[in-house]
Design a protein. Structure first.
Ligand SMILES: *Cc1c(COP(=O)(O)O)cnc(C)c1O
Length: 418
């Protein structure tokens, strides 16, 4: 049997919706994008949602909207995907990396505090040396769909006057319930859903989601930014379409709706109606898709719990709803005769395709060469990435495929015990 790392599940409903778009003549941004924005905003309880063609675009425009400029400092995790930090570089701003929590693999709040204090007191930190630019933004990333400790992060952001932009690429629908003492305070301003939970992406000034093919819900390629701040939403919308101000015509009664003015050199980041049609259906199924992934994670957890060579990932728990975008299994390498790469090869030989999330950013050639970053800077991320294996976890995964993954993992462990 062969189990891919991911296989999309596209139903007839979605195919019909895309056909409908093709027949309607609205190929690019039109009524379905508008509807998708409204329904997504409602799903996460946000005042505004801006649909974009990727989460990377959402992160880029969010940084632009909060006024990041050349030389500014933006805090990012090292344990994340390329996009979280590359958008900082688009401005020639400086990504300041932070190590991860060993349990959740999300940004470690204590390390975050240490980093902020070092930056503000002009001490060397994160492989960087003073003098520093202005510290403006923190970009926490909800690793695998498990929400970061947002109360601690928002508390620091508030204290130091920093913007928080959440990289929620993995985290829809994921949620976090702040201890009741923290809701309605100055720290947590967003209104909880009726169950007391706040969706990931709703703590910071802007939350950015990805609808890339293998993300929790998909539009093929696509993204969404949510915010309660109208000025930010307007700016992001404007910059997503060339910096065209289409409301300008209202000021000139003699002109028509064909009139626009360019107010900034914007980008071309709009989502298409073809994609939004897919998104509308995916959105309505989001919780059902999440439950399907949760059930697979639970099967893996049960099967691996008593195997001392393996460490299972964090789960949904009281106060955290996990979206289960990833299932990052960790190997206890001291109990195995093979390393992680060999483990993945052994699984591949048994027909199971895995991935790794991720080689920490500071170990990539670009960051080594640009900032002189080296091994030893972020010991937790460096230690954990060497033993990470992401197993297949997707709603279209059949029961026998889940069982085959479990059998194969156990077989590889059994054949390679120390
Ligand atoms: C996938 C991903 C992104 C980028 O999403 P796109 O929609 O492909 O631009 C950003 N951050 C993280 C953590 C991701 O995994």
């Amino acid at each position: 049997m062969k189990v891919p790392f991911f296989r999309p599940e596209i139903t007839e409903e979605e195919i019909a919706e895309v056909s409908d778009s093709l027949r309607s003549g609205w190929l690019t941004t039109g009524p379905k994008v508008k509807q998708f924005e409204q329904e997504f905003a409602q799903a996460v309880g946000a005042k505004f949602a801006v649909a974009l063609n990727s989460c990377t675009a959402a992160l880029h425009l969010a940084l632009e909207a909060v006024g990041v400029k050349r030389g500014d400092m933006v805090i990012v995790p090292t344990m994340t995907f390329a996009a979280t930090a590359e958008v900082v570089r688009y401005f020639d701003a400086v990504p300041v990396m932070v190590d991860c929590d060993p349990r959740t693999l999300c940004m470690d709040p204590q390390q975050l505090r240490h980093t902020i204090e070092a930056l503000l007191s002009e001490q060397p930190v994160a492989g960087l040396k003073p003098p520093y630019g202005r510290l403006k933004v923190i970009i926490p990333m909800h690793y695998g769909g498990y929400a970061c400790s947002m109360v601690a992060i928002m508390d620091m952001a508030d204290f130091y006057g920093l913007n928080v932009i959440e990289d929620s690429a993995h985290a829809f629908p994921a949620a976090y319930r702040p201890p009741t003492a923290d809701t309605g305070t100055t720290i947590i301003r967003s209104t909880p859903l009726s169950n007391g939970y706040i969706p990931a992406g709703r703590f910071g000034r802007v939350g950015c989601f990805s609808f890339y093919a293998n993300k929790c819900i998909t539009t093929g390629e696509g993204g969404m930014a949510v915010t309660d701040d109208e000025r930010i939403a307007d700016r992001m919308r404007l910059m997503s379409l060339h910096g065209m101000d289409r409301d300008a015509w209202k000021r000139f009664t003699a002109e028509g709706s064909w009139y626009y003015e360019l107010v900034a050199p914007g980008y071309k980041y709009n989502l298409t109606d073809l994609a939004a049609g897919l998104g509308l259906h995916q959105l309505r199924k989001a919780e059902q898709l999440r439950l399907a992934r949760e059930r697979i994670a639970q099967s893996y957890n049960r099967a691996f719990a008593s195997i001392s060579e393996l460490e299972t990932p964090v789960e949904s728990e009281d106060g955290r709803t996990h979206s289960y975008h990833l299932y990052p299994l960790r190997l206890n390498l001291d109990k195995l005769t093979i390393d992680r790469a060999q483990f993945i090869e052994e699984l591949k030989a048994r027909g199971v395709l895995c991935s790794v999330h991720w080689l920490p950013l500071h170990l990539h050639p670009y960051y080594r060469e640009t900032y002189g970053m080296t091994e030893g800077l972020f010991p937790v991320a460096e230690r954990e990435w060497l033993r990470l294996v992401s197993l297949p976890i997707f709603p279209a995964q059949r029961e026998e495929e889940v069982e085959h993954v479990i059998r194969s993992v156990i077989d590889v462990v059994t054949c390679n015990r120390r």
